[in-house]
Design a binder for this molecule. Structure first.
Ligand SMILES: [Zn+2]
Length: 464
């Protein structure tokens, strides 16, 4: 007798689509098999007409992000609750060393304590140093061994005192060559960012229209190129966060063909929005780094996704409110960077990717769940539907559609990039380790349902 049986659905994994039932026991997947073949359970969920997907993993989110003395609009509970409505069962946030007096280990412990008791979804984070001294980088092996095997280094934001220098990046990559793990980068050339920003400011061209011209493609590509060379020089393992343009993609293609250990994600907004948004009256809301790119770049990124060069689509969620955004007074140098995206990522990729025929359903699952799990050391506990895996599951209605507005979403963020657009597909029921977070579109969990996910360097796989 199983705890729960999901019957009559179509199970979709990165491997394919199957007319299977799924049995759950003790929070884990106990068995999968053809409809009607798995026996009895205490509870049955009928998934006829629905897709049964592994829980979505968002490997790049910023919750409760500091800004001008305050924070972005959502907190650990509200952000993860909203994410759950988007089918997300695990988020990877960042333990950013805002307080440089704290060690990285202390920074990670603080981040964990902020999620504990609050998070609806399971959670983990990337260690994010802001100091470039040897003592800070020397902490990485301990973190890798202790369940946080990925770091992120900012190659820009010197003026916000967040940048790591190239020596720190080299050293961090060297650590991953010796200990496993992964070094992610926010790749933009800092000197170019400062130089162009000053130039545009000097002539008063600071409206959102100038933002993508200021942080143009080569600002990103130069840093991607440098990071790839440093990975090559050190034998390190590199992850490129939010790759957004054709030039970076070309560098990635060459590097991977040469056997450099580099993996890349793009974000859902780089696949679905473009730089014409900056010419809208509400253009300032769309300021994020890297900027939204040209339609030609968007098409190039879809090609990169189809080729499998880009293996992950994250949200880079940052939930700034309209008030936060307006505080920049339409000046891109003063507007906080970031878009909300956790709740809409699945429907947006389904609508723009699967329904248009650009990618298949198994590819969607790979991009949003299986690959993030493999790359960041959570597989096979997360990211798949197979016996032994956590019963993190989404019953997805592919025919449901909704015109997006902040009112129909579940986030305190009072705007959404897809406002007014019809997006298809809804996560109707979402299970986390066998327990319902969302049931028939209603949240039925409490803050603290989510647990810290201890990740293992040995399980990190870049060949996916
Ligand atoms: Zn980010």
């Amino acid at each position: 007798m199983f705890d729960l049986l999901i019957r009559n659905g179509t199970v979709v994994t990165a491997q394919g689509s199957f007319p299977w039932d799924v049995a759950i026991q003790g929070g884990k997947i106990a068995a999968t098999g053809p409809h009607g073949s798995l026996g009895q359970a205490k509870e049955v969920l009928d998934a006829a007409g629905k897709l049964v997907l592994p829980g979505m993993i968002d490997p790049h989110v910023h919750i409760h992000h500091p800004f001008k003395g305050g924070y972005s609009a959502d907190d650990f509970a509200t952000a993860t609750r909203s994410a759950a409505f988007g089918g997300v069962t695990t988020v990877c946030d960042f333990a950013i060393q805002w307080d440089k007096e704290k060690t990285l280990a202390e920074t990670c412990a603080l981040r964990r304590s902020q999620f504990e008791g609050q998070s609806y979804t399971d959670f983990t984070f990337h260690a994010c140093p802001t100091r470039s001294d040897p003592e800070t980088v020397a902490e990485l092996p301990g973190l890798i061994a202790g369940g946080v095997p990925s770091a992120k280094l900012y190659m820009t934001y010197s003026r916000q005192d967040r940048m790591s220098d190239d020596a720190a990046l080299c050293e961090a990559l060297k650590v991953t060559a010796a200990h496993g793990g992964l070094v992610g980068v926010h790749a933009e050339n800092d000197a170019m960012c400062c130089y162009y920003s000053d130039q545009y400011q000097r002539v008063g061209k600071t409206s959102p229209h100038y933002f993508p011209l200021c942080k143009h493609n080569l600002v990103e590509a130069e840093a991607v190129n440098r990071a790839i060379y440093l990975a090559k020089a050190t034998g390190g393992r590199l992850y490129i966060f939010h790759l957004s343009c054709r030039e970076s993609l070309d560098l990635l293609r060459t590097a991977r063909a040469e056997g450099v250990q580099v993996y890349a994600e793009t974000c859902i907004h780089y696949l679905t929005l473009d730089d014409t948004y900056y010419d809208r009256p509400d253009g300032a809301q769309f300021i994020c780094s890297p900027p939204l790119r040209s339609k030609a770049d968007v098409e190039a990124l879809w090609e990169g996704v189809r080729e499998g060069l880009i293996g992950v689509v994250s949200s880079d969620h940052c939930g700034f409110s309209l008030e936060n955004k307006a505080s920049g007074c339409n000046d891109f140098t003063a507007t906080p960077n970031g878009l909300p995206g956790m709740e809409t990522r699945l429907a947006a990729l389904y609508t723009y990717g699967v329904r248009t025929g650009r990618i298949s359903l198994p590819q969607l699952v790979a991009l949003l769940s299986t690959n993030p799990a493999r790359v960041f050391g959570m597989y096979p506990h997360k990211g798949d539907i197979r016996p032994g895996s956590d019963a993190d599951l989404v019953l997805f209605d592919p025919e449901a559609s909704a015109v997006i507005s902040p009112e129909i979403l579940h986030s305190p963020v009072d705007w959404n990039p897809y406002d007014g657009q019809e997006l298809y597909g809804r996560a109707e029921t979402v299970l986390l380790r066998g327990e319902a977070l969302i049931r028939d579109g209603v949240c039925c969990a409490a803050p603290g349902a989510g647990r810290f996910v201890e990740r293992r360097a040995e399980d990190m796989d870049l060949n996916t």
